[in-house]
Design a protein around this ligand. Structure first.
Ligand SMILES: NC(=O)C1=CN([C@@H]2O[C@H](COP(=O)(O)OP(=O)(O)OC[C@H]3O[C@@H](n4cnc5c(N)ncnc54)[C@H](OP(=O)(O)O)[C@@H]3O)[C@@H](O)[C@H]2O)C=CC1
Ligand SMILES: O=CCCC(=O)O
Length: 362
């Protein structure tokens, strides 16, 4: 059965909710929540450098105890793209000991300047860390980084953990899990819902599955990077949930694009359409966030279009595997393929609207 956990801010009875929700106190309240949600693990303890002094009577844990033990958890992060960079940065800002690697080394530099350590290959990161996170583009890169030459698996052993937060398909996640577990290490898949801004704000939603003990041991870290986490059972369930969510999202964006262009063609102001939608039953943050720039044909990249098409492709294969018809998603996938063929791969997925633009015939 799935279990969901929302980060709690009811830390201390004497701290008012106004204090906790004040922007200037948000980080403090979040960090306090994290300390109170600490879960012990048989092999390693996740501790962060104290950014303030706080003890929780509930679990008898305090940063000072962890310091006295002199065992700061070492966290690895592989893949520093749009998502990986802010996620790793949030771990660093929370005081964690972070070691990074990225295929293009220059993307490590901003994190190194914030205090991150660097290793020259995934194997080196996994060997030097207690738990290693991976945020990679697609199934191919996720497998390569985890299981390839000098991949993370070569540096793993019993007592370590590997958490893959990339969006991949079920078979890929199971394959990675098998390789990781063959080393004696634990595995958790944990794809995320939420884009660039939620990643920056530590507001992601983790869809996890795999070793429950690793889920519990890393919950403090997931809470630094996210606002909630779901534990969904066996490896593959997190990947499947993520693909279903992104299949819906891709179709929503395609339908929204059609609406914007149709409203314009019949002489309506598409900005007013965006406003009307925002007040009604079909309102969604995505429409309000992306609509105004789409109306101006501007697509600043948060979620690259190529990744949305990848997710639709993987969702179609998932549906095929269980003979579930998904005709809307199939048509939507074609639209994203057209957008890719028009050179829009690296733009935001909202640029799919460009695939629907036709020149008027006179
Ligand atoms: N952006 C978003 O809003 C969200 C994205 N996701 C998912 O998260 C994952 C990462 O997304 P995002 O950060 O946006 O993507 P980016 O394209 O910005 O980053 C991709 C990362 O994968 C690395 N990479 C790509 N190919 C390889 C390879 N062959 N070997 C090693 N490393 C490789 C890139 O390295 P390099 O820098 O060298 O290119 C980079 O670090 C994807 O699975 C995506 O679907 C999930 C939720 C939201
Ligand atoms: O995989 C990308 C998801 C983007 C989002 O949830 O806003």
């Amino acid at each position: 059965m799935a279990t969901s956990f929302v980060k709690s801010t009811s830390i201390h009875p004497h701290i008012s909710s106004a204090f906790l929700t004040s922007p200037s106190n948000y980080c403090l309240s979040k960090a306090m929540a994290l300390v109170s949600s600490f879960c012990p693990h048989p092999h390693f303890h996740f501790t962060t450098k104290p950014i303030f002094s706080f003890s929780s009577k509930q679990n008898n844990f305090s940063t000072s105890i962890a310091q006295a033990e002199g065992k700061q958890t070492k966290i690895g992060f592989l893949g520093l793209g749009i998502m990986g960079s802010p996620m790793a940065q949030n771990l660093l800002k929370a005081g964690c000991d972070v070691t990074v690697w990225n295929r293009t080394k220059s993307k490590c530099d901003p994190l190194i300047s914030l205090g991150a350590k660097y290793e020259s290959c995934p194997e080196g990161v996994a060997a030097s860390c207690d738990v290693t996170f991976a945020m990679l583009a697609d199934p191919e890169s996720a497998v390569d980084v985890a299981c390839g030459k000098n991949g993370a698996a070569s540096g793993l052993s019993q007592g370590k953990g590997y958490v893959d937060v990339s969006t991949v398909d079920v078979a890929t996640s199971k394959l990675i899990s098998e390789h990781i577990k063959a080393t004696g290490a634990e595995f958790l898949e944990a794809p995320v819902s939420g884009s660039k801004k939620p990643a920056e704000d530590g507001q992601l939603i983790f869809l996890t599955a795999g070793d429950r003990s690793l889920f519990e041991a890393t919950s403090t870290l997931l809470d630094i990077m996210g606002k909630s986490k779901f534990y969904l059972g066996d490896v593959g369930n997190g990947a499947a949930m993520k693909l279903v969510v992104n299949m819906i999202m891709g179709s929503m964006m395609a339908s929204f694009s059609e609406g914007i262009l149709l409203s314009e063609k019949v002489g309506l102001d598409p900005s007013v359409l965006v406003e009307v939608i925002s007040q009604g039953a079909i309102s969604a943050p995505m429409y309000s966030m992306k609509g105004p720039s789409m109306v101006k044909s501007s697509y600043p990249t948060a979620f690259p279009l190529k990744h949305q098409q990848k997710d639709l492709r993987l969702a179609l294969a998932l549906a095929e595997s269980v003979s579930q018809p998904i005709p809307i998603a199939a048509a939507t996938n074609e639209l994203y393929k057209i957008a890719k063929s028009r050179g829009l791969s690296d733009q935001d997925f909202s640029a799919v609207i460009e695939a629907l633009k036709v020149k008027l015939q006179h």
